[in-house]
Design a protein around this ligand. Structure first.
Ligand code: PLP
Length: 400
C-alpha cells in the first residue's frame, strides 16, 4: 500500500479500475493522489507541473487551503437539503454571478452538461411559450457541449453521436465563425443559437469579434436567443470573468461549470429575466443542484479569484505564455499555429505524434492535453506564474 496506506499500489489500482470501472475513459497510466497549487503528485511520490488543471477546472490551483477549509467548515454544518426549502448560499451565489455577468437569474446543477441541459430546456420552453412553438437550436460544427443526450446532440461532432442514434430532434449544425452559413440556417422554427466563445475541446478556436457581434445582432433582429456555453471559458479562463466580455456583447442564456467550484462539482445556467421567467415551479430541477456545500465552494472560489486578482493574472500570464510559445514556434519548423485567449491556449503542429509528445511530457513531469494527433491544449490554473510557464515550455521544448 502507498500514500499512508490509504490506496493500493499503482498497478493494483490500474487493474482494479480495469475490472470494476466501465471503460468509458482512455486513461494515461498515472494515479494522482495529492495536489497543491500548480503541482500534482502520483502514488509513487513523483511530482508534476499541471498545465491541464483537471481540464480547466482547478482555477485556483489544487486543494487551495481556504477552499479546503470552507468545504470542511460547511460540511460539518450542513451538506445538503432539498430544493423544496431555501438554501441561503444559493441566492448569495446567484447574486454574485448576476453582478459579475449582467444577467438576471441563475439555476444551479452539478456539471457542464447539466448546465447545458437546463439552457436547452429553457430555450425550448421560451420558444414554446413566447415564440409560438419554436424549438430548433442551431449549434456549431466542432463544438462541445457535454455528454447527456441533449448536450451531446448539441455537440457538433458526429464521432460523439455514433452509436447513440437517434439523436434528439431539433438541432442544426453550421461551420463556426461563418456568419453567412449561420444566417442561412435559421428557419421559422429556430428559437436559439448556441455557441462557445472559444471552442475548447476541439482545439481552442476563438470566435472572431465580427462574428460574435454579428450573431448577437442577428439574434436580436430575429427575436431569437443567443446561448453561450461558458463552461470552459467562464470564471476567468480567458482573462475576463466570461468569454463574452471580450466581444462587448451579452448572451440571453449562459452556462458555467468547471472553474466555478474550484474542483467541487457545480454548474449553473444564467439567463435574463424575460427568458428565466418561463421556468415555473416544476419546470426543471436537480436534487443536488445548488446545495449548501457546492454553493459554499463556488462562493469561496470566486472570493479567492477576486482577492488574488486572478482574472488579470489569467490575462497577463496568457499573454506571456503566448509570446513565449511564439518564440518557441520561431525556433522550430514543426509548429503551425499558436492561438488562444487568456489561459486557454493551443499549439497546432505539422506533425502527427502529439499523443506521444504528451506522454513524454508526462514522464518529464508536465501535464498537458493532446487533442487529436496534432494539437496540444494548455489550460493551467489561473494562479500560474512566469516561472511555471518557463518551466513548462522548457520541458515541452526538450521533449519536442
Ligand atoms: N461545455 C463545454 C464548453 C465543455 O468544455 C465541457 C467539458 O469539457 C462541457 C460543456 C461538459 O461539461 P461536463 O463534463 O462538466 O458535463
Amino acid at each position: 500500500m502507498s500514500d499512508e496506506n490509504i490506496y493500493p499500489e499503482t498497478n493494483t489500482i490500474i487493474s482494479m479500475d480495469d475490472t470494476y470501472v466501465m471503460h468509458s475513459y482512455g486513461r494515461k497510466k498515472v494515479v494522482f493522489v495529492k495536489g497543491s497549487g500548480m503541482k500534482l503528485w502520483d502514488a509513487d511520490g513523483k511530482e508534476y507541473l499541471d498545465f491541464l488543471a483537471g481540464i480547466a477546472v482547478n482555477g485556483i490551483g489544487h486543494s487551495h487551503p481556504e477552499l479546503a477549509e470552507a468545504i470542511c467548515r460547511q460540511s460539518s454544518k450542513l451538506m445538503h437539503v432539498s430544493n423544496l426549502f431555501y438554501v441561503p448560499q444559493q441566492p448569495m451565489l446567484a447574486k454574485k454571478l448576476v453582478e459579475l455577468s449582467g444577467l438576471d437569474k441563475a439555476f444551479f446543477c452539478n456539471s457542464g452538461a447539466e448546465a447545458n441541459e437546463a439552457a436547452l430546456k429553457l430555450a425550448r420552453k421560451w420558444g414554446n411559450t413566447k415564440r409560438s412553438g419554436r424549438y430548433e437550436i442551431i449549434t456549431a460544427k466542432h463544438s462541445f457541449h457535454g455528454r447527456t443526450l441533449a448536450a451531446v446532440t448539441a455537440t457538433g461532432q458526429p464521432k460523439y453521436h455514433s452509436g447513440f442514434e437517434p439523436m434528439m430532434p431539433g438541432f442544426k449544425y453550421v461551420p463556426y465563425n461563418d456568419f453567412d452559413a449561420l444566417k442561412k440556417s435559421i428557419s421559422d422554427a429556430t428559437c436559439a443559437v448556441m455557441l462557445e466563445p472559444v471552442q475548447g475541446e476541439s482545439g481552442v478556436w476563438p470566435a472572431s469579434k465580427e462574428y460574435m457581434v454579428n450573431v448577437r445582432k442577428l439574434c436580436d433582429d430575429l427575436g431569437i436567443l443567443l446561448i453561450l456555453d461558458e463552461v470552459q471559458t467562464g470564471i476567468g479562463r480567458t482573462g475576463k470573468w466570461f468569454g463574452f466580455q471580450h466581444y462587448d456583447i451579452k448572451p440571453d442564456i449562459m452556462t458555467l461549470a468547471k472553474t466555478l467550484g474550484g474542483g467541487f462539482p457545480i454548474g449553473s445556467c444564467l439567463a435574463t429575466n424575460s427568458v428565466a421567467e418561463v421556468f415555473e415551479p416544476g419546470s426543471h430541477a436537480s436534487t443536488f443542484g445548488g446545495n449548501p456545500l457546492a454553493c459554499t465552494a463556488a462562493l469561496t472560489t470566486i472570493d479567492i479569484i477576486e482577492k488574488n486578482d486572478l482574472i488579470n493574472n489569467s490575462m497577463n500570464m496568457g499573454a506571456y505564455m503566448k509570446e513565449s510559445l511564439i518564440k518557441l514556434q520561431k525556433s522550430r519548423n514543426d509548429i503551425k499555429d499558436v492561438r488562444g485567449l487568456g489561459l486557454m491556449i493551443a499549439l497546432e503542429f505539422n506533425r502527427d505524434d502529439i499523443q506521444d509528445v504528451v506522454v513524454k511530457c508526462m514522464n518529464q513531469g508536465l501535464i498537458v492535453n493532446g487533442i487529436g494527433t496534432n494539437i496540444i491544449r494548455f489550460v493551467p490554473p489561473l494562479i500560474v506564474n512566469q516561472n511555471d510557464i518557463d518551466n513548462a515550455i522548457n520541458i515541452l521544448a526538450n521533449v519536442l
